[in-house]
Design a protein around this ligand. Sequence first.
Ligand code: 13P
Length: 340
Amino acid sequence: MSTAAELQKTIDEMIDGERGILAADESSGTIEKRLKAVGIESTEENRRWYRSMLLSTTEVGRYICGVIFYEETMTQKDDKGTPLPELAASQGIIPGIKVDKGKGPLPGAPGDMITYGLDGLEERLTHYKSLGARFAKWREVYPITDHNPTPLGLTANAEMLARYAAVCQSLGIVPIVEPEVLIDGNHSIERSAEVNEQVLNAVFSALRQHGVTLEHMILKPSMVTPGKEAGKSSPEEVAAMTLRTLKRCVPPAVPGINFLSGGQTPEEATANLNALNQPENGAPWKLGMSYGRALQEPAMAAWAGDTANKALAQQAFLKRARLNSLAKKGQYTAEKEAAD
Ligand code: 13P
């Protein structure tokens, strides 16, 4: 199969009207923080058990089409000895891999961040592909302040995303391009819209410069919301500002936009996705999710580190997956949230 045909096949399987992407790619430091918050120690065995528990949930493949792994998970096995990428594939879920190596300060741009990991990327991707990965993810992070992101922050981060995406496509791996505008702070929704617009414009300009094929990538942006300390906007307002921003910046050639949850509660993230998917909005892309916390938080809390809680944890996970699938069709309601 040609590289282009391979990319198209993965896109066709990942972009549909019903299913979303599970982000289970928390780095060692992040998963430790998440597990600690619910009183669980972050041992390799706990991480292996927890991630195989999620992927072995009966019927989860009806609602989830892809899973993003952290490198450790690519070689872990479930209790029966099946490698986790194979377990995912057996549920109809395509395995993918986070390939950035985390972030640090961007010299020359006080307050901005930059993500590491371009060195050796081609070799790492080739290795992960041999283990079953068909798509990848790279995240750049943009804090909002009165001065950030700076013009240098905008161009430097966009360049990283574009270079990563170009390497992925050259190897037949679909890139998820994730420019995360952080929710931290007390900024208004208008300020968030302004920054998201600057970020997306810079990202698509760099993607064009690097010859990235827009039809063969997935965008994973933040929703446009007020800062966490500035109160909440209604789902309708979030949807209106997010769509205005996306329509100004993202060409319709991009097949799918899968939002991150970024600190929204699970219910908020589902309600906002539902508002985005009302038919009258006329979005030219498939709008879905690639949530980490908003899909996993209730399951992690139900597990509480005790394997006896497996059924409860899987039930909690399946519920969020199913409700987000409804939201993708614009059919989520408060009654359906309360029903189970
Ligand atoms: P959240 O949905 O928890 O923001 O995670 C998504 C993700 O992949 C962050 O990189």
